[in-house]
Design a protein around this ligand. Sequence first.
Ligand code: GUN
Ligand code: ZN
Length: 445
Amino acid sequence: MRIYRQSRTQYRDPMTQDILLGQTLRFSGNPFGDAGWENVTHYEREGAVLIEDGMIRMVGSREAVLKAAPNATRHDYGAHLISAGFIDAHMHYPQTAMIASWGKQLIDWLNTYTFPEESRFGDIDYAREIAERTVRLATQHGTTSLTSFCTIHPESVDAFFSAAAQIDMEVIAGKTCMDRNAPDTLRDTAQSAYDDSKRLLEKWHRNGRAHYAITPRFSPTSTPEQLEAMGALWAEHPDCLMQTHLSEQIPEIAWVRELFPEAPDYLDTYEQFGLLGPKGLYGHAIYLEDREIARLQEVDASLVHCPTSNTFIGSGLFDMQGLAGRGMRVGIATDTGGGSSFSMLRTMAAAYEIGQLRGVALHPSQLMWLATEGSARAVHREGRIGHLGAGATADLVVLDLGSTEAIAQRTDRAESIWDALFPTIMMGDDRAVSAVWINGREINR
Ligand code: GUN
Ligand code: ZN
């Protein structure tokens, strides 16, 4: 008798086996750690990945994997590189349609471009349209998981989780809460933010591949009462992530100091309300003071580097080597639409460029790790997503390392996988993405 497991979108025969053939790249540890990237990075020129019932069952040599599952359906990607799918650990899907808006820095940029656009998301049809567009653009660029802010409107949360569920994409998101320093159209209250967030959390958290994140935007747009309400909700649901922004721009930090004169630093404006914890996800974190770094590390909180945003909005240079080198949970992200690209390849390139401006050349293995394993670890999903290894969900990206003439002519003379991959990291875009698999199925993009 055949047993069918009902997935959100269709029935799947659990006995279906697929083998992806190509070059493979996987990690067995953190390339920022003492072991060194060489000892935790594993590359196979003639590699293969066995997928069964949405999960990765085996990664190994072509010969070994074909022998283990001789009847599996084969997908031969030739010399393309099979990697865990990219994980965008901080973005704002409601900002998709206003990406690349000219000429402003953070606070002016929020007031001029962001808040008017976000005001539209009480309209469920518009929210659905942009949510579906965002999911499509992400997968076109090889991203298989998103962690997103929504808007203050509960409709925006329903729209996003529903769009992701259509393709079984693992996502983390929450209603963005703000009750001050925003237009009337974008303000909730401490009580309504608590009530709406709680209801949405109960509806969506662990519903299929959805995870709810409690989401106060940042301390300038929440009153102390609202931050306290968010802290109370998190204490009731410590299993959820809490996402927010921290120390992104110097004028922003000065504003936080004015709004919270008693607080010793920006991080304390969260900590005093119960918004610092092991499942806290802090975007940007550029201008951290020593006390803040020590506290963030002590509680095992996560930081998310948003390099295209940090250059585009003119924020500053994140200290990747210093922070990831301490073993902290650090991911990378597009920060759409403060970020200027939907591509995690472009995001890796910008992280490399920011490293160079700080005198550090991040290795391609470190960049690929950040976009997969590092971001998964930042959102506490390590081993489950962003991992090319048995037991992880089969969310994969296949990269053509010669996708344009400009890249191919450079790759032609490559002498190692790193030499072959780095031009795609630096110059690649959606044309480099030859296939995307989500939850064990190839996605039409
Ligand atoms: N800080 C508060 N809100 C935002 C936002 O939407 N984008 C960025 N980059 N920073 C923020
Ligand atoms: Zn952000």
